[in-house]
Design a protein. Structure first.
Length: 139
């Protein structure tokens, strides 16, 4: 497990030899940087919010999550998240399933698409922002 906080190095307007190169710098309060988990790749593991903390380096609160497998991570706190809430990141094993009715590449109807090509999928239900398609298979 890595450290969740580390000391932010200050230069105070000095270059590598220690000379003051930018005036009126320095004297700020010591700040710790928090390591934020932006990837959130702990799929299917529940975590409990143990603390909502102030981060001096951001304009948002951060939440300390204790996962069931023993890991601790900071995430950016969504609006309405409280201490004691249980969070679970859904991903590859998500229950989201849709039937694809047609496939288009550059506004032309196609029957097959190869890896690396981009395409548009027409579905029978609206897709929300943030939905990701992980696997498309042929039948």
């Amino acid at each position: 497990m890595s450290k969740l906080k580390f000391l932010r190095k200050k230069n105070s307007g000095r270059d590598s030899s220690g000379q003051v190169t930018v005036r009126h710098q320095g004297g700020e309060h010591k700040r710790f940087m928090r390591v934020i988990d932006f990837k959130r790749n702990k799929f299917g593991i529940e975590g409990r919010v143990s603390a909502i903390e102030y981060d001096p380096n951001r304009t948002t609160q951060i939440a300390l999550i204790h996962y069931a497998d023993g890991d601790k991570m900071y995430i950016l706190s969504p609006l309405g998240l409280k201490v004691g809430d249980v969070v679970k990141i859904s991903g590859h094993d998500s229950e989201f399933k849709q039937t694809i009715t047609s496939l288009q590449v550059e506004h032309a109807q196609v029957k097959e698409i190869t890896a690396g090509e981009s395409g548009a999928l027409k579905t029978d239900k609206p897709v929300k922002e943030g939905d990701v398609i992980y696997l498309v298979t042929k039948k």
